[in-house]
Design a protein around this ligand. Sequence first.
Ligand SMILES: Cc1ncc(COP(=O)(O)O)c(C=O)c1O
Length: 361
Amino acid sequence: MIIPVYKPYIAQNTKNYVMECIDSGWISSRGEFIKRFEEKFADYIGVEDAVTVSNGTVALHLALVALGIKTGDEVIVPSFTYIATINALLYVGAIPVYVDSLETSLQVNADLIRRAITPRTKAVIAVHLYGDCCDMDELTSLCAEHSLLLIEDAAEGFGTLWKGRHVGTFGDISTFSFFGNKTITTGEGGMVVCKRLDISKFCRHLKSQAVSKDREYWHDAVGYNYRMTNIQAAIGLAQIEEAETILKYKREIAQKYSENLQRLPLRFHEKTAEVDHSFWMCSIILDDRSKREPLRKKLSEMGVETRPFFPPAHKMPHCFQDISLPVAESISERGINLPSFPMLSDNEINYVCQGIRSFFV
Ligand SMILES: Cc1ncc(COP(=O)(O)O)c(C=O)c1O
């Protein structure tokens, strides 16, 4: 048995919509599926507008450029995140100010954000990790108090709710990823969601070479080609039509893992009271870091693929800082992402859990 960490859910209308693109010849970044996907996505999370882009990394870059974050600006960010969050800051010359995370939820520690604010701080990036979500009450109020921009990196948070409201609807700008292993996928792809419609319009302008409306081949800013293709949007539309089904499967899978993995020297990444966790990844955090690689090896020998938690960014060579963030450093060495794809069967879940249980006896 080979059980991967992820395989995409292929929604029912995928083939029809993709064939429509091919039959009509609209295979580039023009075509009706772009608008249909953007509208359906905006409607689903409850915002006015959503802008498709080619992946979640460029979504972050576009967000920073559109908000005017520039060289020397300090941006507070968890070190415990996927590297794209940090790289986007480096693309615009901003300074990542790393803060530690919370042992319980794995999300950024809002108290530490408060302490990291300086006169040079421009923004905070709230990264919603593994399908859980940051404390959005704390983050929205601290950003309002200190006049800071709030960016949500919701690449891993599609479908997650904070007190009943979708992540991606709190920030000045929020970004999503639709890579093949994401809850909603377009193969490669992303989305930018802006609180202000003029900024949303600016993102549309920048993502397509900042071309002038009135004059051909005339460009009024440094623009980018960050467009999504019509075929990707067609896949995305089919996916979002079945978002509720996908999320239901994922939450059921998490529930089964959680029940099956009781009374072991580890904890399951449970949801907290305010959050409807979307369980992009089902994760376990071991008590003893020295057991993590032997357990992963055992599971791998059984044909079960796993992933380690992200190493903290402040340890990586290109964005190294000589600081100590004990929680981020500890959880990153103890965490494992288990197979988490929506079609994972009960037999497969039991097989993975048996593997974990037998490792500890
Ligand atoms: C937290 C986070 N931010 C950004 C990204 C970047 O998205 P993409 O891979 O679509 O460029 C990812 C991707 O996995 C991510 O997990």
